[in-house]
Design a protein around this ligand. Structure first.
Ligand code: UD1
Ligand code: UDP
Length: 385
């Protein structure tokens, strides 16, 4: 039996973190799958940090990143590059992840070539097409293009069924981010960054901040940062650590408002190991990130989400995540509430795991194996081509 050819495609930091366990699990089944990895390079430094940590060596690198390019530029360049690889490798299935423009553009290219698509982290919805932007539309369209849907939760599965996706093609797998997190978080680790090395996590309350969403650019991000500045000015035992996303739009606003603020540390993006350890040692997390809303509950860390809504309602329902929006007074009041009220913090620190127990990648690979075994038995080579 010839091996099933799988092409795993990703391009940004969070996709790499969440696809690394899938690539590793596929590589363990090398008798069955011939796995190749294509990175688009939508991110560069932030992607390479993850490749290093997980020891991934992509077979193809489109290297498309340009400073501050438009979403249309990303789409075009991912499609052009992916098409070449599809022609030469001719995979039996493409695996894409989540909601980035890399994922959507690669899935569309795969569809044009009639190559089946597996969508990892399928079915998340905010039902607001402009928030998160462009992610909500990217993942909805990728869902329509995909043949197999790996949904992290039952709620995600329900969203897909509501969109008339055939339920036989949806599999609830948990989220591979938990696989990734558990593989790094218990290792021994010393921070390299001087600011973090000097920090006394037992005496100082560390607030970990991340912000990068496009829909927050401009006034929403300014309001968030002003609220953070007030907190840092008022609480002497608080330190804010913000590993700034490399998007130049984000960094300009952050430096302008927080650059000279006492007790605020604007640092470079942390590699995953360091970031996981910083989450673990923080008092609370303020974020507009998707992935961090999934990781922090597993670590029992209170999270305030700097967005108007979330497509990840599971941890909100469990009480460890609160959506606080982007209004300065609301963000300020929510952070203050946690700093002033230990009982509020306690209520949010119960470690919960709505996203699985860290075996999602293995589950996805078993499902793929089953899927292709059946097709082989019926003598249909290469899925639906
Ligand atoms: C992208 C994804 C978003 C995801 C986020 C995770 C899209 C449209 N956006 O957003 O869904 O949540 O990544 O972080 O798919 N840059 C660097 N080095 C890097 C990364 C970025 O210099 O390693 C700079 C470049 O100037 C780049 C810019 O940041 O042009 C923006 O990157 P881009 O991928 O377009 O969008 P993000 O806002 O990072
Ligand atoms: N992360 C990291 N270093 C950082 C900030 C975040 O490794 O300095 C990790 C984080 O643990 C999570 C992922 O990057 O797994 C989230 O990426 P991001 O917030 O950029 O994207 P999103 O999840 O919002 O798409």
């Amino acid at each position: 039996m010839s091996r099933i050819k799988v092409l795993v495609i990703f391009g940004t930091r969070p996709e790499a973190i969440k696809m690394a366990p899938v690539v590793k699990a596929l590589e363990k089944e090398s008798d069955f799958f011939e796995t190749r990895t294509l990175v688009t390079g939508q991110h560069r430094e932030m992607l390479d940090q993850v490749l290093d940590i997980f020891g991934l060596h992509p077979d193809y690198d489109l290297d498309i990143m340009l400073r501050a390019q438009s979403i249309s530029d990303i789409t075009r360049r991912v499609m052009d590059g992916t098409e070449e690889i599809l022609k030469s490798f001719s995979p039996d299935i493409l695996l894409v992840h989540g909601d980035t423009t890399t994922s959507f553009a690669a899935a569309l290219t795969g569809f044009y070539h009639r190559i089946p698509i597996g969508h990892v982290e399928a079915g998340l919805r905010s039902y607001n097409r402009y928030s998160p932007f462009p992610e909500e539309m990217n993942r909805t369209l990728t869902g329509q293009l995909a043949n197999l849907h790996f949904a992290p939760t039952k709620g995600n599965e329900k969203n897909l069924i509501n969109e008339n996706i055939d339920r036989e093609t949806i599999f609830v797998t948990g989220n591979t981010v938990i696989d990734a997190l558990l593989s790094v978080v218990d290792s021994k680790f010393d921070f390299q960054e001087p600011a973090l090395r000097e920090m006394d996590f037992s005496l100082e309350r560390v607030i970990l901040l991340t912000a990068h969403r496009r829909e927050n650019f401009g006034p929403p991000m300014e309001k968030i940062f002003r609220a953070v500045r007030r907190i840092a000015e008022e609480y002497e035992d608080v330190r804010v650590v913000y590993p700034m996303h490399l998007n130049p739009g984000v960094r300009a606003i952050a430096r302008g408002i927080l650059g000279s603020s006492p007790r605020v540390h604007l640092i470079e993006p942390l590699e995953y190991l360091g970031f996981a350890h910083l989450m673990k040692q923080s008092f609370m997390i303020l974020t507009d990130s998707g992935g961090i809303q999934e990781e922090a509950p597993a670590l029992g860390k209170p999270v305030l989400v700097l967005r108007e809504e979330t497509e990840r309602p599971e941890a909100v329902a469990a009480g460890t995540v609160k959506v606080v929006g982007t209004e300065e007074e609301n963000v300020y009041a929510a952070v203050r509430n946690l700093l002033e009220n230990p009982s509020e913090v306690l209520g949010m620190t119960r470690a919960i795991n709505p996203y699985g127990e860290g075996r999602s990648a293995q589950r996805i690979v078993s499902i793929l194996k089953e899927h292709f075994k059946d097709l082989k038995k019926r003598g249909i080579e290469g899925g639906e081509k």
